[in-house]
Every structure is written in C-alpha cells, then in structure tokens.
Design a protein around this ligand. Sequence first.
Ligand code: NAD
Ligand code: UDP
Length: 392
Amino acid sequence: MAVASGRSDLDGNPIKAMTICMIGAGGFIGSHLCEKLMSETPHTVLALDVYNDKIRHLLDDAGTAGHPWAGRIHFHRINIKHDSRLEGLIKMSDLTINLAAICTPADYNTRPLDTIYSNFIDALPVVKYCSENGKRLIHFSTCEIYGKTIGSFLPKDHPLRQDLEFYVLKEDVSPCIFGPIEKQRWSYACAKQLIERLIYAEGAENGLEFTIVRPFNWIGPRMDFIPGIDGPSEGVPRVLACFSNNLLRGEPLKLVDGGQSQRTFVFIKDAIEAVLLMIENPARANSHIFNVGNPNNEVTVKQLAEMMSEVYSKVSGERAREVPTVDVSSKEFYGEGYDDSDKRIPDMTIINRQLGWNPKTSLWDLLESTLTYQHRTYAEAIKKAVAKPTAS
Ligand code: NAD
Ligand code: UDP
C-alpha cells in the first residue's frame, strides 16, 4: 500500500491508497466503480476486461498529464479464461474485485454451459491466486442465489404469504431454493452458489480475506446494450434495457408471463457507495456476505413497465402509448427451460450494522435520470436505424 489519502475509514483510521485489480471493469458495474474510484479516491485500478468502451472516457483522461487520475487506471485486455498474466496482476494488487460473468437471464437457459463455466470454472483461478498469495478478494455473486421465496410454495391467498419470514431474503438465514435441473434458468444461480461456498471455505480453512456481494437489480446508465445499436439486434438484455429499447422504438413493452414477478431496484450510484465502503473498511467487510439493494423500491414487472412509460414520456416529450404493454409467454421470449424468481426483498440488517449503508434514491428518480441518459444516448441512433432502407 502507498501513502495515506487524507481520508478516514468508518473507525476514523486513515485510508491508504491501494492498487485494485478489477476483473470485469469494462462492464456496467465496473464502469461506475472505476468512475467513483477515480473521482473520489487516490486508489489505482488495474482494469481487466475483454471490452473497454464503457470506461474509454476514464482511460483517455488518465493519459492526460496533470489530470486528477492521470496514471491511476490501466486497462489490460484479458480474457481470464486463458491468460497467464492474471496471477501477476493479482500479485501486484492489494485487493482483487471480480465482476466478470455471463449475467443476462436470456443466456442462462440457452447457453447453460457458457453460463456455468463463466460463473464457476473461470472464477476458480481468481479465488486460488488470492488465497495462495494472501490477497483480499471482493467477489460479485447475485441475489438470484436465493432462488424462489418460501412463500411462493404456499397457496396464493395463504395468510403466511404476508409474513416477512416467508419472503424477506437474509444472508445468514434464508435457504437457496432453485427449480429442477431441466429448468436451466438456475444454472447461473447454482454456479454462483458453488463459487460462494468455495470462497467461504477458503476463508474458513485457508484464511482467505473475502467479501461477497449479492446485488439486487442494480440499474442505471450504461447497463447492457440497446439491440441493433450497440449490441446484436437479436440480443436480449436485462429488463431495463429491454424496456428502454421498446420505448425508444415506440413499441409496446413485453411482459413475460404477464409481468407478475416482483423486483426491488436500486440506483447504481447508491449501490456503488456500498461497494466503496467495503473496499475501504476491510475490518468491517471481511468474512461477510452483503445484500445490496433497495427494499423500498419494490414493484411488479408490469408496474415497472407502466412507470417507465410515464417517465419516458416526461423526459422525451413524446406522448405515451395508449396500450403501453403486451403479454408474451416466457417460452416465446426466452425459450425452453426459463423459470423466474417470484419476489426479491433484501434484508438490510447486516450491511446496516457493518457499514451503516442505506440506499437513497426512489424508483421514480432513478428512472428519470436513467431514461434521460437513454434518450440522450440512443434516440438519434434509433431514428437513423429505423429510417435506413432495408436491403431487398
Ligand atoms: P456486465 O455484463 O455489464 O459486466 C461484466 C463484465 O465482465 C463485462 O464487461 C464482460 O466483458 C466481463 N467479462 C466476462 N467474462 C470475462 C472474461 N472471461 N474475461 C474478462 N472479462 C470478462 O455485468 P454487471 O451488471 O456489471 O455485473 C457484474 C457482476 O455483478 C456479475 O458478476 C454479475 O453476476 C453480478 N450481478 C449484477 C447484478 C446487477 O444488478 N447488475 C445483479 C446480480 C449480480
Ligand atoms: N422481463 C420482462 N420483459 C422483458 C425483459 C424481462 O417481463 O422485456 C422480466 C423477466 O421475466 C423477469 C424480470 O423482468 O421477471 C427481470 O428480468 P431481468 O432480465 O432484469 O433479470 P432478473 O431480475 O430476472 O435477474
């Protein structure tokens, strides 16, 4: 570790500047975390990914002498599946953060092998190198690890469905409930569960210093891609980008199986505050698994679609469609083997106690800033793409 940064941790101790090996730094969460680390801390980031479009602005600035983060972010184009440089970069760092994963539900049932390899096999060397070299690891898991709620197995009108014990998800209490093997949706959750168990065991048996993060639907600018604009036309991103794409193109939003599943959404900028607290407070974060979400922002997917239509109309100045949504079966939308998490409310006791973190941004406000970004970034490109004559 290098010189003190003039900033203090939650216990009043000075925070020393550190070098962070961030794997998957070019993705949605990685780009926001890099931005935060560059603009508010003295830490150096070794950014590993196969892509860097989402952090290009930071890399360009880092090359300008005298810039606040000149020389503090270095990109390494590395596929961690097969690159001998990985161990050396982990050894050079004080902390490794692993974000790399295949993490879009459309892939879980259609590319289950890639999903399992990415989320388990490819993460194994990272854990091993951290453990063998005495390096701290922050590993990104998922809220999907909880699977379905206990309450979902009760009849629809059963009074126990209203009991918190039957649906709130607690890191140290709740079971992980996945569907049968033929429901390949659960390949992702199962691979993430096994890597969590392996990291936990490395901590218990070999003293690995670790923190596991379980994100609950973090959303915001730069999430995924807009099909046909900065991603494949036939690609299916996560719900924020799917609905943004529909709104930008003036199409109805597609509700999978009626959009009755429930989610809690947290603004990426709130969630990144939680990750920074973990990075800078190892004594409070080590050996813990943290839910990071916003229990106050719960909606059904149908309600999300309605709110997004309303917000988009406000930020774009375009009239909302009279019929904003259309129902589609999961088989038609995702193919064979899809299944769903019914409800995801994070218990916040552990993160509150250890790090004093609470999310701040309401669903309306986070959608307003995110859809303003989507409109500004993509509306013109969509207009041009739609106007282009198709080849006959
Ligand atoms: P993302 O897809 O935007 O980012 C992942 C990044 O990892 C991508 O840039 C990708 O290129 C990179 N990557 C994948 N495989 C790689 C490899 N073999 N070598 C090098 N780089 C590789 O996803 P995200 O939303 O930023 O998610 C980051 C992590 O958080 C993932 O582990 C994901 O499972 C977890 N997570 C995120 C959410 C969320 O709400 N965004 C929810 C649950 C879990
Ligand atoms: N969904 C939907 N329409 C879409 C995309 C997703 O109804 O165009 C639903 C999906 O079936 C799930 C929820 O939205 O119930 C959230 O999906 P997402 O891909 O964001 O990931 P998840 O929260 O399931 O991990």
